[in-house]
Design a protein around this ligand. Sequence first.
Ligand SMILES: *[C@@H]1O[C@H](CO)[C@@H](O)[C@H](O)[C@H]1NC(C)=O
Ligand SMILES: *[C@@H]1O[C@H](CO)[C@@H](O)[C@H](O)[C@H]1NC(C)=O
Ligand SMILES: *[C@@H]1O[C@H](CO)[C@@H](O)[C@H](O)[C@H]1NC(C)=O
Ligand SMILES: *[C@@H]1O[C@H](CO)[C@@H](O)[C@H](O)[C@H]1NC(C)=O
Length: 225
Amino acid sequence: MSKRIIFILYILLIFLKSQRSKAQPWVRVGYFWYEQEEFPISNIDSSLFTHLVCGYADLNSTSYELSLSDSDRLHFSIFTKTVKKKNPSVTTLLSIGGNTNTSVFSSMASDSFYRKSFIDSSIKTARYFGFEGLDLWWVNSDSSYDMSDLDFLFEEWQDAITSEARNSTRSKLILTAAVNYAPRIHSDNYPVESIQRHLDWVHVRHCDDLMPDIWTNFTAAPMAL
Ligand SMILES: *[C@@H]1O[C@H](CO)[C@@H](O)[C@H](O)[C@H]1NC(C)=O
Ligand SMILES: *[C@@H]1O[C@H](CO)[C@@H](O)[C@H](O)[C@H]1NC(C)=O
Ligand SMILES: *[C@@H]1O[C@H](CO)[C@@H](O)[C@H](O)[C@H]1NC(C)=O
Ligand SMILES: *[C@@H]1O[C@H](CO)[C@@H](O)[C@H](O)[C@H]1NC(C)=O
């Protein structure tokens, strides 16, 4: 795996909510995966971005709350402060998943009790570390997704985010997800209506620069890098 690819520049191109508001501002997003140590957070030229996504928080496979190592805590706690030095208006999101075993995600999404643990913990963690949004990175699967579970997850997540913002009188957290380059992944269709209704936008993953030997050799239309 090339350690040089620090920013996964899956620049998002699709604004599913743009039908609602025609004058959507452009969003320029970069993913930062802190595990690639030779590129420190302070080297990010955040002036190039409107949004930066920091990854990845893992899931505890029994409680389904977020599970953070000491190193995660260290990096998450300095991320927002550090990138705002160069660009005070950049918005930061915490990405969940990445390396998480996909069967752990599937178990979480299939049970309303676990979904609630996950959702509550994600909101608490984002607030604690000063992130202004949450991103779900759950696309690296060879197995079949249960898309109706994802539908429930997005709905309940957005409801919790809305309710938390109301209760805390803070700005609402942004909610996004990384998705495949097509409305299908493997043999499943994404819950597109749920995504349109409950997510702010999606990050279209049109290739996998990190693991070309494992993932598909084909790229799709948005691959303009
Ligand atoms: C996961 O959660 C369980 C139950 O809360 C806890 O006992 C366990 O230590 C956690 N595991 C990790 C790796 O944090
Ligand atoms: C993912 O978790 C499941 C169930 O806990 C386990 O059977 C499987 O071996 C794990 N897969 C990997 C790649 O760790
Ligand atoms: C917001 O407050 C209501 C009423 O007290 C409560 O039922 C709800 O769980 C709270 N939501 C969150 C996300 O804290
Ligand atoms: C991608 O192409 C390489 C080189 O031709 C090949 O070795 C690999 O098996 C291919 N991967 C997939 C997933 O098709």
